[in-house]
Design a protein around this ligand. Structure first.
Ligand code: KG4
Ligand code: ZN
Length: 352
C-alpha cells in the first residue's frame, strides 16, 4: 500500500489530496479543491494567465491545510501531479510545486495524465468497478469514448472532431446570456422546467452527428446561435422561454452522447460503463445513461466529476506500486493523448 499526495492544477481548480492506494478500495484521507470560478466569472471564461497566478497563490495554502489534517499525511510514500493535458502555465505551476516538494521530502514523483485521472475517478467510490469498462469522458476540453482494459491499457473508440461536450454546454450557455460557469448554469435552467412545458415551445434543433464518426457539436452551436438570433428580445424577457430553450439544448447534447455510447457499447460487448469528467455531474445525462438496459453504469461522486487531486493520487499511486516513477525532468505536455500513457512495465511483464 502507498500513501500518495496528489496535485491537480491543469485548468481552473487548485486541488490537493492525500489518498491511500493499493488496498481493495482506495481511501481518501483528505482532499481540498479551491475553485477559481469567481475569479474568471467577470471575463466569461478561464483566463490562462490569471489561472496560473492563482494556482501559485493557492497551492501553498491548501497544501498546508492538507498536511496538517492528520498524522498519516506525514508518512507519504510518493507525490503525484497532473502534467498534461491542460493549460500550459497552469500545469507548470503544479508540476514545479510538486517537484520542489517531492525533492525536499526525498519522495518519488509521478507525472499523471489528467484524462487518465478522469478514467479512474469512479473507482474512488465504487470498489466493484472492475476492468474492463467503456469510459465516456466528458469534460470542458475532451469528449472521448475509451475502452479501458487495465491501468494504462486504453483504446480510443471515438473522440470529438470539434467542440467537447463541456464546451458545447458552455458556448450554448453564453449564447443564452447565462453567466460563467456555463455548463452547470445551463443545466440548472434546463432542469427548472417540466419537459412537457419545454416541448410546448416547439424549439427544433438538429440531431447531432448521427452518421459521422466521432463526436461533433459545432453544428449544434450554429443552430442555437440562429435560434437565439431569431428569438431576439423574447428570450431575455421571458424566463420560461429561456428555460425551454436550455432544456432542448441539454437534451440535444445528452442525446448525442447517448447515441454514440450505445453504438460503442454494442460494438465492444462490454458490460460496464463509466461516465466521467465535469459533464458527468449533469443530472439529465446521469438519468439517461442509467436507463441503458445492457450495462452496469458507474459515475464518480459529484465532487470527483469536476477536476480533483484524488483521481490523480489514485493513478499516480497505482503506477508507483507497479514500479513506475517519473524523472524530475519529466516534461509538461499541454497536449497528451491518454492512449499513449502506456501500461506500467511491471504490469506488461505480468501479462506475458
Ligand atoms: O472535467 P472538468 O471539471 O474540467 C476539464 O477538465 O475540462 O469539466 C468542466 C466542464 C465545463 O465545461 C463545465 O461547464 C462542465 O464540465 N460541467 C457541466 C456540469 N457541471 C460541469 N456541464 C453540464 N452540466 C453540469 N451539471
Ligand atoms: Zn478535467
Amino acid at each position: 500500500m502507498a500513501i500518495v499526495l496528489g496535485f491537480e492544477t491543469s485548468c481552473d481548480e487548485t486541488a490537493v489530496s492525500v489518498v491511500e492506494v493499493g488496498a481493495k478500495a482506495p481511501r481518501i484521507i483528505v482532499e481540498r479543491v479551491a475553485s477559481q470560478a469567481d475569479l474568471h466569472a467577470a471575463y466569461g471564461g478561464v483566463v490562462p494567465e490569471l489561472a496560473a497566478r492563482e494556482h501559485l497563490k493557492t497551492l501553498p495554502l491548501i497544501l498546508d491545510q492538507v498536511l496538517s489534517h492528520s498524522a498519516e499525511c506525514a508518512t507519504l510514500d510518493a507525490v503525484a501531479v497532473t502534467s498534461g493535458p491542460g493549460l500550459k502555465g497552469c500545469l507548470l505551476m503544479g508540476v514545479g510545486f510538486a517537484r520542489a516538494y517531492a525533492l525536499q521530502r526525498h519522495l518519488p514523483l509521478l507525472c499523471v495524465n489528467h484524462i487518465e485521472g478522469h478514467l479512474h475517478a469512479a473507482r474512488l467510490a465504487a470498489a466493484d468497478c472492475r476492468y474492463p469498462y467503456l469510459a465516456l469522458v466528458v469534460s470542458g476540453g475532451h469528449t472521448e469514448l475509451i475502452h479501458v482494459r487495465a491501468l494504462g491499457d486504453y483504446e480510443c473508440v471515438a473522440r470529438t472532431i470539434d467542440d467537447a461536450a463541456g464546451e458545447a454546454f458552455d458556448k450554448s450557455a453564453s449564447l443564452l446570456g447565462l453567466p460563467y460557469p456555463g455548463g452547470p448554469n445551463l443545466a440548472r435552467l434546463a432542469d427548472s422546467i417540466a419537459p412537457e412545458n419545454a416541448r410546448a415551445y416547439n424549439f427544433q434543433l438538429p440531431k447531432v452527428m448521427r452518421e459521422a464518426e466521432g463526436f461533433s457539436f459545432s453544428g449544434l452551436k450554429t443552430a442555437i446561435a440562429l435560434l437565439v438570433k431569431r428569438e431576439g428580445r423574447r428570450l431575455l424577457e421571458e424566463t420560461e422561454r429561456r428555460a425551454a430553450l436550455a432544456f432542448v439544448v441539454q437534451e440535444a447534447i445528452v442525446e448525442a452522447l447517448i447515441f454514440k455510447l450505445k453504438g460503442a457499447l454494442r460494438a465492444s460487448r462490454l458490460s460496464r460503463v463509466v461516465v466521467t469528467g465535469g459533464v458527468a455531474a449533469n443530472r439529465f445525462l446521469r438519468e439517461r445513461v442509467s436507463e441503458l438496459p445492457e450495462a452496469q453504469v458507474y459515475f464518480p461522486d459529484f465532487r470527483h466529476c469536476q477536476d480533483n487531486a484524488s483521481m490523480i493520487a489514485l493513478v499516480g499511486g497505482e503506477r508507483f506500486l507497479a514500479g513506475e516513477t517519473s524523472g524530475f525532468d519529466a516534461p509538461v505536455s499541454a497536449r497528451w493523448a491518454v492512449e499513449s500513457c502506456g501500461v506500467p512495465r511491471s504490469r506488461i511483464e505480468a501479462y506475458v
